[in-house]
Every structure is written in C-alpha cells, then in structure tokens.
Design a protein around this ligand. Structure first.
Ligand SMILES: *Cc1c(COP(=O)(O)O)cnc(C)c1O
Length: 379
C-alpha cells in the first residue's frame, strides 16, 4: 500500500469496529431491518448535529436531493441552477424530477458556483438554486440567498461533502430551505454501504419528505400522496449512530491537516511554483472532505506522486456540462471556461482523519520534488 494513501478508510473504520459491531448486533437481535428505532434516533441526532428541527433518513445522497426537489414541487418545465463543477449526482437529482439543470460557472478562486453566474442563469422558468459546498467548503451563501429572495425561489444545499462545515457560524445543512447529505462510505461520515439524509428548517416540508421517502404511507397499505422507497435502512442508521459521536473530532483532524497544507503550500519553496489553493468565501469554514489544489501538468504530477507512494484523486475530471448524459442541457466545450480549466488542473491530496500535520509536511516535500521534475514554470 502507498505510504500516504489518498483515504485510509479501512484504518478509520477499524478504529471503531467494536462500537459499530455492537450497534449492528442490536439490530440483528431486534430484527426491524426497515423502519427500526435506530432510523428515528439517527434522524433526531443528525438534525441536532446540523442545528435544524428535523431530518429525514434517506437511501443515499442522490435520492435525498431528488426527494427534496420533488417535495418542493419541482418538475417538468422547470429549471434548477447548479454548478457544473461537481459530482454528477448534483445534476442527476434535478433531471430525476423532470426539470432541467442550468449549469453555472465557478469562481476560479473558490471553485464554487459564482453568484454572478447564478444571477445570469436566472430565467422565468427558474424554480430553485442548488448550491454545492464542494470539497466541504460552504458557498458564499448570503449573496446567493439574496438573488433567490429577489426571485422568490428556494436555495437547496448539496451538502453531500460538507458534514460539519459552517457558514457565518451556521452549520451546512441549516442554511437553505433544505439540504441533502450523503453517507457514502468515503464521505466524512460514512455508512457501511449507501445512506443519506435531508435536513430542513421547514416542518411542513419535513412532513412531506417523511411521507415521500416511504411510499407516501400514513398507515399500513394507506398511501396519502405519491412517494417512493427512498428509506434509510436500520443497519446503516445503527452504523451512523455509532460513528456520529466521533465526527467532530474527525473534522478537527481534517481541518488541522488542511491548515498545515495551507501553511506549507503558501510559503517557500512553493511560492516560486504555482500551486493554487482553494480560497474560502468570507465566513466559510470547510469540513475538508477533500483538499484540492491546482497545478500545471496535472497528470504528470499525479504519476510522479504515485511513484513516491502518495495517493491522489481528481474531483472531478469531466464537468457535468461535458458529460454525454447531460449533452442536451449543455452549450458544450468552451461554454464554461473557468470550470473546464479547473477540471484540467485540480488534484486532490491525501485527506483523512488518520493523517497528521506531520504527514502533510512529508507529502508536501514529495510534491515539491515532483513539481520540480514535471517542469512547472517558475516565476
Ligand atoms: C457523494 C455526492 C452526492 C451523491 O451521494 P450518493 O450518496 O453517492 O448518492 C451528491 N453530490 C455530491 C457533491 C457528492 O459528493
């Protein structure tokens, strides 16, 4: 295995194997694998973590965002603004309602949706703005909320990478009308399979969502409204409950690692090599799901790091608007130049609560060696 794996999920999960195992054993003992008591308890605890009155457990993050948009009444003929620089699920969840994604450009410094571009994407058919706290970094929410207010449309948060992040002291997941979270195993809070949740400050919306994810069911074989099966299963809820008490500490460790990366990469000898960091919007505190920098000759840098035992990732190499699946809704290559350039330059450095600030020092030393060889222009 690489000396510095990109993410050491096995090590992280092994550190909690006893607690998680015991929680799963309890579910095996009571046998309520669907709608068991752990689901309600997790919904309560997740809501508390996000500072909202209610949360709705969900099968995964994509389903969570789809359910949220659907319960806001979004459907065919509607448009939802979303950045192109994100995981495909941000756009898919919009398509699942029958609405059309309208792709916004990023601010090249934050790599998050540019409020000015969002404004330009508004049409008479715009029904919502979906903001993505990409890499765990909350968007410039107040500016975007102001645009939404002017047009009387909701802002929804794709918080699938932002567990424990904050904007002006408010938790991600409590900023918009509603938010979608993913507990995919590699997320900052990860299940042992697929899982997700929706948070909202709107109690009526929460009630609709609770019905929607469980066949619109009010009692056995009584279905009040159209719904589907997007339930969070009990075993995953039990795993999440066992892991949740550790999330704040894991987030602190991610932030400490990122702070050390920031410090080293903005000082000599990196100053003469253009390594570009993600800047934070005013008031945003990232949960650092990912630590992403931009470098010239990205693919050669990745290869060089691999040879030195440093695992990396690209999040994401192809923007949504250039995906064949989204062709119909895209103006194609060249239409979002900042997004397209970022996709060519980004590299995700190792980010995991099992890594220490000292590891960041060693990783940066190796990165510097690689950058000197890959012929990064100096100056
Ligand atoms: C992971 C992720 C999703 C989707 O979550 P799943 O649980 O995999 O469906 C959506 N948006 C973003 C930004 C993500 O990172």
């Amino acid at each position: 295995m690489a000396a510095f794996p990109f993410l050491n999920l096995k090590k992280l999960n092994q550190s909690l194997a006893t607690e998680v195992g015991a929680a799963m054993e309890e579910v095996l003992a009571h046998g309520q694998f669907v709608n068991g008591p752990e689901v309600k308890q997790f919904e309560r605890e997740w809501a508390a973590f996000c500072g909202v009155p209610d949360s709705v457990g969900c099968a995964n993050g994509t389903a969570a965002m789809h359910a949220l948009l659907e319960c806001l009444g979004i459907g065919p003929g509607d448009e939802v603004i979303v950045p192109s620089h994100t995981f495909i699920a941000s756009a898919e969840s919009i398509r699942l309602t029958g609405a059309v994604p309208v792709f916004a450009e990023i601010d090249p410094d934050t790599m998050l949706a540019d409020p000015q571009s969002i404004r330009e994407c508004i049409t008479p058919r715009t029904r919502a703005i979906s903001v993505v706290h990409l890499y765990g970094m909350p968007v410039e929410f107040d500016t975007i909320a102001e645009i939404a207010r002017e047009h009387a449309i909701p802002v929804v948060e794709d918080a699938c990478q932002a567990h424990g992040a904050a904007y002006r002291d408010r938790p991600a997941g409590s900023l918009g009308t509603g938010a979608a979270f993913s507990f995919f195993p590699g997320k900052n809070l990860g299940a042992y399979g697929d899982a997700g949740a929706i948070t909202t400050t709107d109690n009526e919306l929460a009630a609709r969502l609770h019905l929607y994810v469980d066949h619109g069911r009010t009692a056995k074989y009584e279905h009040l409204v159209m719904g589907t099966n997007y339930r969070l299963d009990t075993l995953q809820a039990a795993v999440l409950l066992a892991k949740l008490p550790h999330l704040r500490e894991w987030t602190r460790r991610r932030q400490a690692l990122a702070a050390r990366y920031d410090e080293i990469l903005s000082a000599e000898p990196f100053r003469s090599i253009p390594v570009r960091l993600q800047s934070a919007p005013e008031g945003s505190v990232s949960a650092y799901h990912l630590y992403v920098v931009r470098v010239p000759n990205r693919d050669a840098v990745i290869q060089g790091l691999k040879e030195k035992g440093v695992g990396t990732g690209i999040h994401y190499p192809i923007p949504c608007h250039l995906q064949p699946s989204m062709q119909e809704f895209s103006a194609g290559e060249g239409s979002l130049p900042h997004t397209e350039l970022a996709a060519r330059e980004i590299i995700s450095l190792p980010m995991c609560p099992t890594l220490t600030p000292e590891d960041a020092g060693q990783i940066c030393t190796l990165l510097h060696e690689v950058l000197e060889k890959t012929g990064a222009p100096t100056g």
